[in-house]
Design a protein around this ligand. Structure first.
Ligand SMILES: NC(=O)c1ccc[n+]([C@@H]2O[C@H](COP(=O)([O-])OP(=O)(O)OC[C@H]3O[C@@H](n4cnc5c(N)ncnc54)[C@H](OP(=O)(O)O)[C@@H]3O)[C@@H](O)[C@H]2O)c1
Length: 268
């Protein structure tokens, strides 16, 4: 471990990540490193909780007065909004929560920061999505958050392409209702026309996965971005490099989120 956890005392603020399975999560390392960097007296620990016990656990955690916040991931992100007392506008629109602040009175405020983290990660890489034409592969949790955040960032047009087209249409309709200035479509063949190509499917985590979009239409006028962090160079990013496009990996999405999560939970 390349950082030191400071001494935990009776004053330390406690944070948890709720997940099932939990062994693979990277959030404890990322958040505890950030707490050390910003000299916040807090510690984030893994909380392995199955779906069947989530409501009971969350009900109990409300009464833990030293608890300041919770990170939430698979499979709880779309269930937990109902267990919160209030939600940010973005969480309400996306229908998912991945970060909760426990307020002093025990109430819980849920936020979704995946998508905002993605947009902040782009900006940290010198890419401003405002005004861009985007094609987004996927319509699951990460894609939904990214779609709303890109619309909020002012993209001009967005095509949502997904294996299950009905989910793409549903997401496109919800984004269009909230952001009427963005032109929405679900035509997965529109790769060449996009200035920003985003993969938010789980295709690319395995070496032999097919590309999430037709790689033949990638070109050197595009930026191709990933949500996947492992491997760092997915088959889509490799194809983009071969086509001369600029690439943007998945890790900045998580790194940018860490600070946003700390802010939402009152740690920064
Ligand atoms: N960098 C970060 O901070 C960050 C944050 C969150 C998530 N992620 C990554 O984002 C990816 C998606 O996560 P998620 O939470 O959105 O998962 P999810 O809700 O389960 O959605 C998965 C998406 O991938 C599509 N998909 C899955 N298998 C497919 C296949 N064989 N062929 C075509 N499409 C397929 C699904 O399409 P259907 O609708 O047709 O099933 C759906 O659109 C994961 O790799 C995750 O690690 C990264």
């Amino acid at each position: 471990m390349s950082y030191n956890i400071h001494e935990i005392t009776g004053r330390s603020r406690v944070y948890g990540i709720l997940a099932d399975p939990i062994h693979h999560v990277k959030t404890p390392q990322v958040m505890n490193r950030l707490f050390a960097e910003i000299e916040h007296d807090g510690i984030l620990v893994p909380l392995h909780v199955g779906a069947e016990n989530l409501a009971e656990v969350v009900k109990g955690l409300r009464h833990v007065q030293s608890l300041a916040g919770l990170i939430v991931t698979v499979p709880h992100k779309t269930v937990i909004p109902d267990l919160c007392d209030d939600l940010t506008d973005q969480a309400r629109m996306v229908g998912a929560v991945n970060c909760i602040r426990r307020n002093a009175d025990g109430t819980l405020t849920g936020a979704i920061l995946d998508g905002i983290g993605f947009v902040e990660g782009l900006r940290a890489g010198g890419i401003e999505p405002r005004g861009m034409k985007v094609i987004l592969a996927g319509a699951g949790g990460a894609a939904s958050a990214i779609a709303f955040a890109l619309a909020d960032a002012g993209v001009a047009a967005m095509t949502i392409a997904n294996r299950t087209e009905a989910r793409a249409r549903d997401l496109a309709d919800r984004v269009a209702a909230a952001y009427p200035d963005v032109t929405l479509s679900t035509d997965g063949s529109a790769v060449a026309a996009a200035e920003l190509v985003v993969n938010a499917t789980s295709l690319g985590m395995r070496e032999d996965d097919p590309l999430p979009l037709d790689g033949a239409f990638l070109h050197n006028g595009q930026i191709v971005a990933e949500a996947i962090m492992e491997p760092a160079i997915t088959p889509l990013l490799a194809a983009a490099t071969r086509a001369g496009a600029r690439t943007h990996p998945g890790l900045p999405m998580l790194k940018s989120q860490a600070r946003l999560m700390a802010e939402h939970m009152g740690a920064a």
